[in-house]
Design a protein around this ligand. Structure first.
Ligand SMILES: [Mg+2]
Length: 226
């Protein structure tokens, strides 16, 4: 019997790229007014590519999206003759917008329903803040890769949820859109794995999720079969 349900966030509860793109534009607008030498040299996209380059140069922090953004902003400041300290307020502009998510229409009613008889939590490789996103009342815990130090499918993420809830792995269902990060990670940890396939994608992996749902409206029924 499932007692705890953990959720991936990005692309499971909301579409992430519109949010990131809007946050990057807002950051760029903010920088343009205050640090125009940076925006003369960088588009929003090229600032994002700086994060990717830093992740390649420093694989030890590649899982931590917040550190990557801060490092990229410090590097851009140095390269264009500004103080590195601009990184923190600049990141805050980005981060406020990054948390202005638009839930898929099926999400909130289902979470409110499931929260009545299950413990809900989040396991995310991204850096969304459940409190700023409006999930603080529904989710009892949230682990993200930057805080845990490893990203899904690493067991450490799933073990964090086990340690927090004190249930056995077979009593937790993990719900997510990514076959590798979410489904493989959950199965490797002994969790039940629910694949949210919003795009009607083909399943191409050798392992199999325990349930497949097109959106969260089918989640309670799926959980009851596990
Ligand atoms: Mg996802």
């Amino acid at each position: 019997m499932i007692k705890v349900i953990t959720f991936d966030l990005d692309d499971t509860l909301w579409s992430v790229w519109p949010v990131i793109a809007a946050a990057e534009r807002r950051l760029h607008d903010w920088l343009e007014l205050r640090y125009p030498r940076i925006t003369a040299a960088h588009t929003p996209e090229s600032l994002r590519l700086l994060c990717r380059d830093i992740a390649r140069e420093q694989p030890g922090i590649a899982h931590d999206k917040t550190r990557l953004r801060l490092s990229a902003l410090r590097q851009a400041a140095r390269e264009h003759g500004y103080a590195e300290e601009l990184a923190e307020p600049a990141f805050e502009v980005f981060y406020a917008a990054r948390n202005e998510v638009t839930f898929y229409p099926d999400v909130l009613a289902v979470l409110e329903d499931l929260a009545r008889d299950h413990t809900l939590g989040a396991l995310s490789n991204g850096n969304a803040d459940i409190h700023r996103c409006g999930l603080g009342e529904l989710f009892r815990f949230h682990f993200h890769a930057g805080g845990v130090g490893r990203e899904k499918p690493d067991r450490a993420m799933f073990e964090a949820a086990l340690a927090r809830t004190g249930v056995s792995p077979g009593e937790i269902a993990h719900v997510g859109d990514d076959p590798y990060h979410d489904v493989k990670g959950a199965l490797d940890a002994g969790f039940r794995a629910v694949w949210v396939n919003r795009t009607n994608a083909a399943w191409t992996e050798t392992f199999q999720p325990d349930a497949v749902i097109p959106d969260l409206t089918a989640l309670r029924a799926a959980i009851e079969t596990l």
